[in-house]
Design a protein around this ligand. Structure first.
Ligand SMILES: Cc1ncc(COP(=O)(O)O)c(C=O)c1O
Length: 374
């Protein structure tokens, strides 16, 4: 394909930082992690951070802080990556899958509140495409029910709910730096919290359930095993790469938003002719250009469009099989028809290429090919 779906951003200082880190002793939470934490301070003011090897491990660390009891329930959207549901299962809880709303493909507050029980301990908001879930309604739901709000902000670096960075509105938030995301270090993640108790617990969970971080900061004479933990620290070479990327974040976001805005303008005829809906951005959301998607009226048209675009060298993709309609969802007792909006989204959503290497000619070629085909 000559118009690829992904292409990572190359930050100018990557090689220099990697040379520097290779000359070091590669100590975990070393010099580059300290610089990365300073950088995170400016992106997420007033928060505490734990950089992890993936968003998956950040979510597992966040769920560990809740100390679920067997059978405790956690609400999350079905149109989703499996990481959050796996994190709930790993800590002994039961993922309760909720439907989405067709405008943003984010969790429906009404459906989530209908699924509250006396066993519900948390709701996980996933912000699809870097567009904020309805955090006002979800925060109210969580406060009234006395449960935690966790943000799966995997796709959301440099995206906002009103003026707050995604990942900082709930009790805890988790971001991804996987190679498909806006800022990348191969595999990488971040857990964010303003809650000191959660941060203290997570800080030990991340380092084998020990107080090693406190010991290294001079808070204890020795460190010991204090709670069930994991090995969930981002390595120094990844920290170095990520620092170089995050230092270019506003350039990355600007470039990606340019692509999504062009798609939005050039694909208006699809909506005028009732063929497909362009992604919606509610007034409370400030996105980061992570994904641009269309939702087609006719799944058959979408299925014939994908190979037609591929024949023109343009790589477009569908997205998640909803968790409730997956083999694992079936094992948890769900049926395909249980969550109709999630199923319809899976059948009709198409993502277009978005990255910083796309030219205006690439964008125009993609939109013209789509319009000609339909
Ligand atoms: C919504 C969501 N959550 C979690 C993840 C997992 O992120 P990671 O690959 O960093 O573990 C992804 C990955 O794409 C995702 O889309």
């Amino acid at each position: 394909m000559d118009i690829s779906f992904y292409s990572r951003f190359h930050a100018p200082l990557e090689s220099a930082y990697l040379e520097e880190v290779l000359a070091s002793g590669l100590e975990t939470d070393g010099l580059f992690m300290k610089r990365l934490l300073d950088c995170a301070d400016s992106l997420y003011p007033g928060c505490r951070f734990l950089f992890t090897p993936s968003c998956t491990l950040a979510l597992e660390t966040a769920l560990a802080c809740l100390r679920l009891l067997p059978g405790d329930e956690v609400l999350l959207p079905s149109f989703n990556f499996p990481s959050a549901a796996n994190a709930v299962l790993r800590h002994g809880g039961r993922p309760v899958l909720c439907d989405i709303t067709p405008d943003t493909q984010n969790i429906s507050v009404r459906d989530a509140s209908n699924r509250l029980t006396s066993r519900t301990r948390a709701v996980i908001a996933m912000h699809y495409a870097g567009v904020s879930a309805p955090l006002g309604g979800l925060k109210r739901l969580a406060e009234e029910a006395g449960i935690a709000l966790i943000e799966d902000a995997a796709q959301c670096v440099d995206a906002y709910y009103e003026d707050q960075p995604l990942g900082t509105v709930g009790d805890m938030g988790c971001v991804s730096f996987h190679h498909t995301k806006n800022a990348v270090c191969g595999e990488g993640g971040l857990m964010i919290t303003k809650n000191h108790g959660h941060w203290q617990y997570a800080r030990q969970y991340r380092l084998h359930g020990t107080n090693r971080a406190g010991y290294l900061d001079g808070e204890a004479a020795r460190y010991t095993w204090n709670l069930p933990g994991s090995c969930a620290a981002l390595s120094e070479p990844q920290a170095a790469l990520l620092l170089a990327q995050l230092q270019c974040l506003s350039q990355i976001t600007r470039s990606r938003l340019h692509v999504t805005e062009q798609y939005w303008k050039q694909l208006a005829p699809l909506e005028e002719r009732g063929i497909a809906m362009r992604m919606r951005i509610p007034a409370y959301a400030r996105p980061n250009g992570h994904i641009f998607y269309l939702r087609f009226q006719d799944p058959a048209l979408l299925n014939s469009l994908i190979p037609a675009l591929a024949a023109h060298g343009i790589d477009c993709k569908t997205h998640y099989v909803p968790l409730h309609a997956s083999p694992m969802g079936e094992k948890l007792g769900y049926h395909k028809e249980d969550l109709p909006e999630s199923l319809a989204c899976y059948q009709t959503l198409l993502r277009l290429p978005v990255h910083t290497a796309l030219t205006d000619e690439d964008i125009a070629r993609t939109t013209e090919t789509i319009l000609r085909f339909v």
